[in-house]
Design a protein around this ligand. Structure first.
Ligand code: SIN
Length: 288
């Protein structure tokens, strides 16, 4: 049976039906998925059962895979898989407990941020029949397109700084549980400069790259003006009109295109409610 792609009603996302990701895919199926990924930004597959090597084969259809800089959370056998989990074994986290409880675009703090990411859900917390630990995605393209023309023209020419270590420092200053970066990880992630608005390499669509998680300030702008503009863009981008909320089920695979999205993981659960997902990260290109 040929796979089907059913766009969601809102600004972002589509369901992909009648496909088994544990099996190799034909070239034509792969092309349809790449086209849908570029177009809808978030693709949702239900009821999958995939082993790590099958997950890696599927992920490689979309590009080379990255080994995440936080090596303490990598899968012990397959380093291209980042384990996202709150589970403790022998008092140690088996995965990254907080892969983004704030709006962010994956690896936008790197010179070359990732193109996309894929999550596979293996354990999902729930309480009283309600799913916990939902993830929200925002279409930064729909948000950009909804800005007044004069604002678009203004922000189009701006550059901003993006930083992982400053993000972690902010979490530490706020008293929020945070992850300690090693000296080597700090060296691998110096602050970088990217545009405020970026262009999709395949479709030419433009979207807002500045995100609460990794953007520190607009280059060359007084601090108070920069913060005010960033806050305005973040509030605008994450309005319900531009977002999709995914209620996870075990066996879900969700892949997204980082070029024109930001996402947020909701942390409304705690042990003994367990959450376990595997994530692969696809290499990208410098934003322009
Ligand atoms: C991520 O930001 O890659 C993880 C999102 C999630 O945990 O839902």
């Amino acid at each position: 049976m040929a796979l089907r792609i059913e766009p969601f009603d809102g600004a972002i996302g589509a369901a992909v039906i009648d496909v088994d990701l544990a099996q190799p895919l034909e070239a034509e199926e792969r092309e349809r998925l790449i086209e849908a990924w570029n177009r809808y930004s978030v693709l949702v597959f239900r009821d999958q059962q995939i082993a790590p090597d099958e997950f890696l084969r599927y992920s490689r259809y979309f590009g080379d895979l990255e080994v995440h800089v936080l090596e303490q959370y990598l899968h012990p056998v397959h380093p291209e898989i980042l384990v996202v989990s709150n589970i403790l074994e022998y008092g140690r986290n088996i995965g990254i407990p907080d892969a983004g409880h704030y709006w962010h675009t994956d690896l936008s703090y790197l010179d070359v941020p990732s193109r996309g990411s894929i999550l596979y859900a293996m354990e999902i917390p729930e309480a009283d029949g309600e799913t916990l630990g939902n993830t929200l995605w925002a279409s930064t393209a729909a948000a950009y397109e909804a800005l007044p023309e004069a604002t678009r023209a203004w922000v189009d020419g701006l550059q901003a700084e993006y930083s992982l270590s400053k993000r972690f420092q902010k979490l530490a200053d706020d008293g929020t549980k945070h992850i300690e970066l090693s000296d080597e990880q700090r060296e691998k992630t110096p602050s970088v400069t990217h545009p405020v608005v970026r262009t999709h390499p395949a479709t030419g669509r433009r979207g807002i790259l500045v995100n609460e998680g990794h953007t520190t300030h607009i280059v060359g702008m007084p601090e108070d003006e920069s913060q005010a503009l960033l806050q305005e863009l973040w509030d605008h981008t994450t309005k319900p009109d531009f977002t999709y909320c995914h209620e996870w089920r075990v066996g879900d695979v969700v892949m997204w295109d980082n070029t024109l999205t930001q996402h947020l993981a909701i942390c409304d659960y705690a042990l003994p409610q367990r959450r376990l997902l595997h994530r692969t990260t696809i290499t990208g290109e410098r934003p322009y």
